[in-house]
Design a protein around this ligand. Structure first.
Ligand SMILES: [Zn+2]
Ligand SMILES: [Zn+2]
Length: 352
């Protein structure tokens, strides 16, 4: 029998360990995927810790409902190994990216196509076993997405960082028609956002990052201008250069300072979408909502329909892949450690 090799979470706040079990036989509509590549994401660090930091030392515990050992990893691309009897039109040997944000299929969110917001979800690598492994079991072929001619590493990255950026930018389409969008935070998701924004919007985006190197990289990648939000004059300069502020902004950082900067740069009628999870509180005079006709909205990953749209955009060559480093699956913990220490540029991708 084929063995399933995994780098498992066996305890929170502890290094991953290799565990080996018999490979599951796909039942019903299930598909067994042999993993080619699985990206390492910041949220894997939070899963390993068992919490997200909210603010002032407060934590959001995310350990509930997960039995250990557990397999992290949600940026998966792989090859069909075998299928259950009801998995139609799927052939062994075919290559797919795997949409990981799978819902229960029954609740109001799932019925509206928002599996990513399902509260009794089956998100791969979050609620059920994911991709730091040789194989993963996918509940239904509808979650498998063709990605040729892209690389499996890029296809995997589109499932989380790419999708998050795309979903945020889609919510700003009408606003971004009025002038350049502001993208705050040029990390992995932000850089993907910069590339997607150039494919979706008429105007080249303006970026903001406290790191000079990241601002430089963003300018080379097509940003119209770059600001340093730690400079006390930056907000005023940005508002002046845009003739009164931006109508569309994404906060890819998600901290008190980043959201203050993004919302402070808005023109009347402007909107900020927040995707970042860094932590912190945000406060503003309530009167600013009507006075500036301001919208602040959050988004969490994206829907299956958005993933299919994004994949079509990427397959047509309109999105640049982020810089990617491949490492063997056995180095999963070292890859997480490097990410935690801020040593990673772009994406790290594990290859079983
Ligand atoms: Zn992720
Ligand atoms: Zn649901």
């Amino acid at each position: 029998m084929t063995k399933l090799r995994r780098l498992s979470l066996t305890a929170y706040e502890a290094p991953l360990c290799e565990t080996v079990v018999d490979c599951p036989q796909p039942q019903g509509s299930e598909v067994l995927i042999r993993i080619d590549r699985c990206g390492v994401c910041h949220s894997d660090l939070h899963m390993q810790d068992g919490y997200f930091l909210l603010s002032e030392g407060k934590r959001l515990d995310v350990r509930a409902g997960r039995t250990l050992p557990f397999t992290l990893g949600h940026e998966i691309a792989g090859t069909v190994e075998s299928t259950g009897p009801e998995a139609k039109d799927i052939k062994p040997g075919a290559k797919y990216a795997v949409y990981p944000w799978i819902g229960c299929g029954k609740c109001a969110a799932c019925t509206a196509g928002e599996d990513n917001l399902c509260s009794t979800n089956r998100h791969l690598g979050i609620s059920i076993d994911g991709g730091f492994a040789s194989h993963v079991l996918v509940p239904h072929p509808r979650y498998l997405i063709d990605y040729a001619p892209l690389s499996p590493s890029f296809a995997g990255a589109l499932m989380c960082s790419g999708l998050t950026a795309y979903s945020a930018l889609k919510r700003l389409r009408e606003h971004a028609a009025r002038g350049p969008a502001l993208l705050v935070g040029m990390g992995g998701v932000g850089m993907m956002g910069l590339s997607i924004a150039q494919a979706l919007f008429l105007h080249a985006p303006i970026v903001a990052d406290i790191d000079a190197g990241k601002r430089e990289t963003a300018l080379k990648a097509g940003a119209a201008a770059a600001f340093d939000p730690s400079d006390p004059e930056a907000r005023r300069a940005l508002v002046k250069s845009t003739g009164g502020g931006v109508f569309a902004a994404v906060d890819f950082v998600g901290s008190e300072k980043s959201l203050a900067f993004a919302s402070g740069a808005l023109a009347k009628g402007g909107k900020v979408v927040v995707t970042g999870l860094l932590g912190g509180n945000f406060s503003t005079p309530v009167a600013m909502f009507p006075l500036k006709a301001m919208t602040i909205e959050g988004t969490l990953t994206g829907t299956l329909a958005e993933t299919i749209e994004l994949m079509a955009l990427a397959r047509s060559g309109k999105i640049d892949p982020p810089p990617m480093t491949e490492r063997p699956l056995g180095e999963a913990q070292a890859a997480l450690d490097d990410l935690r220490q801020g040593k990673v540029v772009g994406r790290v991708v594990l290859a079983p």
